[in-house]
Design a protein around this ligand. Structure first.
Ligand SMILES: [Zn+2]
Length: 436
């Protein structure tokens, strides 16, 4: 794991390896930088239902995998895997109250935890908010599969060179985990059926043509969502009000059923303290803030203070020292500490090298899920403090038609790394603290 200023600066120049392709950064659409002359769409998508409508349950790599991993889980299989796991291990699932444009529901499960009711859950893992980032749902489903199998059969867990004991498994589960493996079902279904490198959801409300359909869900959260609050020099980078853009932020904050669903999970499980939104493929563990450089000295200098509208987000402008996003030192220590442990575990599992850094160093954003999670207790003091992360697994597939589509070998490496990272996240978060 590297974590140096040099690497941060390199990242600014290395946008090709991030969640957005370079040509998508300034509001553009399609014109992919992937290998357009290849028919290689990476690892194939599963065509059947390997869990037989929830009668069978998955088992991941860490607990002596017995599930066929030769294809990526299709949308139907993510749901049948969830039902199969719930039946085998006896946990509750939930469905959020919002239906997507195409009528899909968004479901999750809650496992482990100490105490009763929804207050027993302190961790939230969210997958597949960006449709084309293939393997995101799989990483979460197979991790939960491993954790529950290992707990039931006392096997411990092993991800490449990273191993965990039965005691670790029990401690990890005690944190109480809420997971939503597929938060953008319409987008993923479309991407899987078209191989179109599709990022957004499928809501056509603002569209004037096929190419202007849909909203970037990870710009639709209520965190400095209003672009008039940003300097014109950074406005087109943090999000876009143009429906054709890959970062179109929607008609209003939380206009979309998918982002409403994620907010609903945070509201319903009101003691969540630690949140991961799982993306690909920058090879990064990113922590708040994503709006500007973190600073610990001036509490009044923060995203709620309109005095600083128009100077926020100019992190790459070396002549600007007028603004940094406030984070208390103790929170900065906690969020960086846990992120660093996650990165080390991911590195140790396979030997690849992840970068841990503040998300604004990748590129400033508005309306992103991790910042929204961390901002909630500032806008309403009755809400719980949530430490939010964006983890971008993997390093891309330049041989594929879309670089977000992993090869067979990349898929398995991603699975090992994210699952070791999740395990470490649960343990490190438990050490730092799950409640006030
Ligand atoms: Zn993403």
């Amino acid at each position: 794991m590297k974590w140096s200023k040099a690497r941060r600066l390199l990242c600014l120049a290395e946008l090709a390896s991030a969640c957005l392709l370079p040509e998508e950064r300034e509001g553009g659409h399609v014109a992919r930088s992937g290998n357009l002359h290849t028919r290689d769409n990476g690892k194939a998508i599963g065509t059947g239902d390997r869990f037989n409508g929830g009668k069978l349950f998955p088992r991941g790599l860490g607990s002596g995998n017995e599930t066929d991993l030769s294809t990526i889980l299709n949308v139907n299989e993510v749901n049948s895997a969830l039902q199969g796991l719930a039946a085998e291990y006896g946990f509750e699932t939930f469905t959020t109250p919002y239906q997507t444009y195409e009528g899909a529901t968004i479901s999750g499960g809650k496992v482990g935890g100490q105490g009763t009711g929804n207050d027993a859950y302190h961790i939230y893992l969210n997958g597949a908010i960006h449709a084309r980032e293939r393997g995101s749902s799989d990483n979460i489903i197979y991790f939960i599969s491993d954790l529950l199998y290992a707990n039931k059969h006392n096997t411990g867990l092993s991800y490449g060179s990273k191993t965990y004991t039965n005691a670790d498994v029990v401690q990890a589960l005690n944190a109480g985990i809420v997971f939503v493996p597929l938060s953008n079902p319409d987008g993923v279904a479309y991407d899987q059926s078209t191989n179109s490198c599709w990022r957004k959801n499928r809501n056509p409300a603002a569209a004037t043509s096929d190419s202007t359909i849909a909203i970037d869900l990870n710009r639709n959260f209520d965190f400095v969502w209003d672009l008039s609050k940003w300097a014109s020099s950074v406005r087109s980078s943090v999000a876009s009000s143009s429906p054709g853009s890959e970062v179109y932020h929607g008609a209003s904050a939380f206009s979309e059923p998918e982002t409403k669903s994620i907010k609903w999970v945070m509201d319903t499980f009101s003691k969540i303290r630690w949140f991961i939104d799982l993306h690909s493929y920058a090879g990064d563990i990113l922590y708040s803030w994503g709006s500007d450089t973190d600073q610990t000295a001036n509490p009044y200098m923060n995203f709620l203070n309109s005095t600083y509208d128009r100077v926020r987000g100019r992190t790459s402008d070396s002549t600007t020292t007028g603004y940094g996003e406030y984070i208390p030192q103790a929170d900065l220590n906690n969020i960086r500490n846990v992120g660093t442990q996650v990165g080390k575990a991911m590195d140790a599992s396979t030997g690849r090298s992840y970068t841990v850094m503040q998300s604004a160093y990748l590129y400033p954003t508005s309306g992103a899920s991790d910042d929204y999670a961390f901002s909630r207790h500032y806008t309403d003091s009755k809400l719980n403090l949530i430490y939010g992360y964006t983890i971008e697994f993997g390093f891309g597939n330049n041989a594929a038609s879309c670089p977000f589509y992993p090869s067979d070998s990349q898929y398995l490496l991603n699975l090992q790394e994210t699952n070791a990272g999740f395990m470490e996240f649960l343990l490190a978060a438990s050490r730092v603290g799950l409640s006030d």
